[in-house]
Ligand binder design. Structure first.
Ligand code: ADP
Length: 404
């Protein structure tokens, strides 16, 4: 059984084809710069020896429809698929499901209309996701398609965690509340942690830290998310590559008043020019670590601030949970930056968190434990795999709907 996972951005389409018999990747690719004269498709197909062969094409792709056709033809040329109808289903990554979607959902016209209604909540992401869905529905009309929402896992947050202290009317009329994101990743690593600890997820209290370009923390209890650091949008919470995270909201009015910036300019400032990039000019953690090691004071400050914010969230989520079984690191930084993990866990022994330096420094691509024997809390590094989680969730929906 083959499942395709699609992640459509405003000018890109990322895809993977899974063989769900062993959940292995058959093919994957990225089409970038859609709408430009030099759109680029980089595609990989697994050959019979199990190695991946790369095909790269640079050609003008005017829109997502042409992009989907190009991907379709490359899949056929490389033997990854004979035809789209060979797919049992397509799983679409969708960013904002609002309160309407609490679980992966089989796509029909109502679902498309509801995702469209949610555009004001995610003006950058939902239109691109919708385009991807519409193009794939038109291009492969006989293949069932499922939407998997970044927000869905956090729909278990209790009201005292998801409400902002604003007039209630703003929630009722404008749906202003905490939604949270990266849900697919938090859920994937939480489930994997439960398997490693050999305990049911619904008996565990976990803090999961997804640290990529975007970053968020989640407190997980009774099998679901009970709090998370991103809010109405992905801007709130941890310090990220280019997003500021938590901020005194009055700074926005101050900036508008004192610097004559428009709200659009402030939006761009907080989302694209802040976070690690704002502090030290660079948003890639590898580069920041290198600069810090060379003595660059701004890079050193950026790392100290990044870690300090993480530690504040760990402390507050430990209080939220009342008990902590495991702290889980994932995402490009969480999986690879041993120094960040070390600094984050240092001197938290009063919380029962004691990291083992040697285990932490051992590079690996596998899920692993890095706590000292005396640590009461297990500390894990779990590589995330959002595409595989989307493929799994798609399969579950197809099974539930008797479509496979
Ligand atoms: P995205 O959120 O775009 O999926 P990733 O999860 O790939 O991003 O994370 C990207 C971040 O991970 C970047 O800041 C990058 O520098 C960091 N990263 C990747 N590998 C390493 C490494 N070996 N050491 C430190 N940081 C790393």
């Amino acid at each position: 059984m083959k499942i395709m996972v699609l992640n459509s951005g405003s000018s890109s389409i990322k895809y993977q084809i899974f063989d769900m018999r062993d959940r292995s990747v058959l093919a994957s690719g990225l089409l970038e710069k859609i709408g430009e004269p030099d759109s680029r498709l980089t595609h990989q197909t697994r050959n019979q020896e199990g190695r991946f062969e790369t095909v790269a094409k640079t050609t003008a792709v005017a829109d997502h429809t042409q992009g989907f056709d190009l991907i379709n033809s490359v899949l056929r040329e490389t033997g990854a698929l004979t035809d789209m109808t060979e797919l049992a289903g397509i799983g679409h990554r969708a960013v904002h499901g609002g309160e309407a979607f609490t679980r992966p959902t089989l796509i029909n016209q109502d679902v498309i209309d509801t995702i469209r209604d949610l555009i004001p909540l995610a003006p950058l992401h939902n239109p691109a996701n919708l385009t991807g869905i519409e193009v794939a529905m038109a291009g492969a009309p006989e293949v069932p398609q499922v939407a998997i929402f970044d927000t869905a896992f956090h729909q278990t947050l209790p009201p005292h965690a998801f409400h902002y202290a604003l007039p209630q009317e703003l929630y009722r009329k404008h749906a202003i509340r905490r939604y949270g994101f990266h849900g697919t990743s938090h859920f994937f690593v939480a489930k994997k942690t439960a398997r490693i600890l050999e305990r049911p997820l619904d008996e565990l209290s976990l803090i999961t830290l997804h640290l990529g370009n975007g970053a968020s923390a989640a407190a997980v209890q009774n099998g679901g998310s009970v709090d998370t650091s991103m809010g109405l949008t992905p801007l709130e919470g941890l310090i990220m590559g280019t997003r500021c995270g938590d901020l005194d909201p009055a700074i926005i009015f101050y900036l508008a008043r004192e610097t004559d910036r428009s709200f659009e300019a402030i939006d761009a400032l907080l989302n694209k020019a802040s976070g690690l990039r704002g502090i030290c000019g660079v948003n890639d953690m590898r580069e920041i670590s290198r600069l810090a090691a060379e003595g660059n004071a701004d890079a050193q400050l950026a790392i100290r601030m990044y870690v300090y914010r993480l530690r504040k969230y760990i402390g507050s989520y430990a209080a939220v949970l009342g008990r902590l079984d495991a702290l889980v690191f994932t995402g490009g930084i969480g999986e690879n930056a041993a120094q960040i993990r070390y600094e984050t866990c240092r001197n938290l022994d009063f919380f029962g968190i004691v990291i083992d330096e040697a285990k932490n420094n051992q590079p690996s691509r596998e899920a692993r434990e890095i706590q000292s024997p005396e640590s009461r809390v297990r500390i894990l590094v779990v590589p995330t795999n959002e595409e595989l989680e989307i493929a799994d969730q798609t399969t579950l929906v197809l099974q539930k709907e008797n479509l496979v």
